[in-house]
Design a binder for this molecule. Structure first.
Ligand code: HEC
Length: 128
């Protein structure tokens, strides 16, 4: 019986870790991830509270970035960068500049993420 209780505790804990922004993620977001997105993305996605975030996507907090915008699905699907618009559109921006949804858009002044930054973003989303 004690084992069963422990097991259900573990299951609950890992289910929580699978989708909620937890303390470790918040810390990594603040220290490593947000600073690298800020220059490339924040100008159109929430930095100026007086301007509406484009596409309804606000990148200023992990919570809002994870939620995503109006039309392109969840910002972060924990464990799956391919299902995270934050990642997929940044990747388009870095590799297929002509795509309509490439982020930042081709005509924007800000720089797309570098290969290293994309890899970092992917690792953040897919970390266990
Ligand atoms: C120059 C302004 C600009 C910059 C810089 C920019 N974006 Fe965007 N972004 C837009 C616009 C405009 C849209 C809405 C496009 C549309 O819906 O056709 C958008 C939409 C999005 C969406 C989709 C929201 C939704 O669900 O509809 C995501 C995700 C996104 N941007 C992420 C990023 C990321 C990540 C960066 C930085 C790597 C970035 N953007 C940089 C202008 C910008």
């Amino acid at each position: 019986m004690r084992h069963l209780a422990l097991l259900s505790l573990l299951v609950t804990a890992s289910a929580f870790a699978a989708d909620a922004p937890n303390a470790a993620r918040e810390k990594a977001w603040k220290a490593d991830i947000f600073p690298m997105l800020e220059n490339s993305c924040a100008g159109c996605h929430g930095k100026d509270p007086a301007k509406k975030a484009k596409g309804g996507f606000n990148i200023m907090t992990l919570e809002s970035a994870a939620k995503g915008g109006k039309e392109n699905g969840v910002g972060i699907t924990w464990g799956n960068a391919a299902k995270s618009s934050l990642y997929t559109l940044s990747e388009l921006g870095a590799t297929k500049r002509d795509e309509e949804m490439a982020m930042p858009p081709k005509k924007a002044k800000s720089e797309p993420l570098t290969k290293e930054q994309l890899a970092k973003l992917k690792a953040f989303i897919e970390a266990k």
